[in-house]
Design a protein around this ligand. Structure first.
Ligand code: PEP
Length: 249
């Protein structure tokens, strides 16, 4: 058993309904123009108000639609939150958990992220757990320690849940939105460590890279990871599609 290859678009807090329709249209045209099936699973995570629109635009295709966040409780007095069961109800395929922007701006800690991770798994939504060190941590030689700490959430997943599709996105914080991707050697080293640590417990694990991916980066790193989580370059459908094609092995 092996994890699948994924190329996932994280729109963050960008795009309105019209822009999403145009993006979906372009992606579908590019897909239909190909002579053979693309060998990566493509997904897109728009903002909450656009998830249903994206679901209907990609209905009947293999394109996955995800959410950028969720709350772990099923329902209740949590004003402003969107629950895991609400995401399940509208057919969300995957959910990004612990993105560095949520850790930093919204002060999400490993304890909260662990609850979200386990809750997503219980509801059968593919979790895309983001981990990665800051520049300061990297400069202090703490990368491995930080990753180990962030992976404790995964180690706490109960044994009866380990047959799931688990997606980890290694996203060094210093590479996100900076135009400076990590070097392939660095990505390979960290991703190998993550895989060696988790592959026995999670046979269907996929480890993606994220951080300033463009089409050249995708081509360069396609053999050292199982795909990518793409921010800025995903906003342009042509660029995103090229990235997805370049991640094929
Ligand atoms: C991200 O935010 O997950 C990301 C990878 O962003 P960017 O591609 O813009 O670096």
């Amino acid at each position: 058993m092996k994890g699948q290859r994924y190329v996932l678009a994280n729109f963050k807090m960008n795009k309105n309904t019209g822009e999403i329709k145009k993006w979906a249209d372009q992606i579908l045209q590019l897909l239909y123009k190909r002579h053979e099936k693309i060998r990566v699973r493509i997904g897109v995570a728009p903002s909450f108000p656009h998830i249903l629109t994206a679901k209907s635009l990609f209905y009947g295709t293999d394109i996955m639609v995800g959410a950028q966040n969720m709350y772990y409780e099923e329902k209740g007095a949590f004003t402003g939150e969107v629950s895991v069961s609400q995401l399940k109800d509208i057919g969300v395929d995957f959910v990004i958990i612990g993105h560095s922007e949520r850790r930093k701006i919204f002060k999400e800690d490993n304890e909260l992220i662990e609850k979200k991770l386990i809750s997503a798994i219980r509801y059968g939504i593919i979790p895309v757990l983001c981990i990665g060190e800051t520049l300061e941590e990297r400069e202090k030689g703490l990368t491995e320690k930080v990753i180990d700490e962030q992976l404790k959430a995964v180690e706490k997943i109960p044994d009866e849940m380990t047959e799931i599709d688990l997606v980890i996105a290694y996203e060094p914080v210093w590479a996100i939105g900076t135009g400076i991707p990590a070097k392939p050697d660095h990505i390979a080293e960290v991703i190998n460590k993550i895989k060696n640590k988790l592959k026995n417990k999670f046979p269907k694990i996929s480890v993606l890279y994220g951080g300033s991916i463009d089409e050249n980066v995708a081509k360069e790193i396609r053999h050292v990871c199982d795909g990518g989580l793409v921010g800025s370059s995903s906003l342009d459908a042509q660029k995103f599609f090229k990235i997805a094609e370049n991640f094929q092995t």
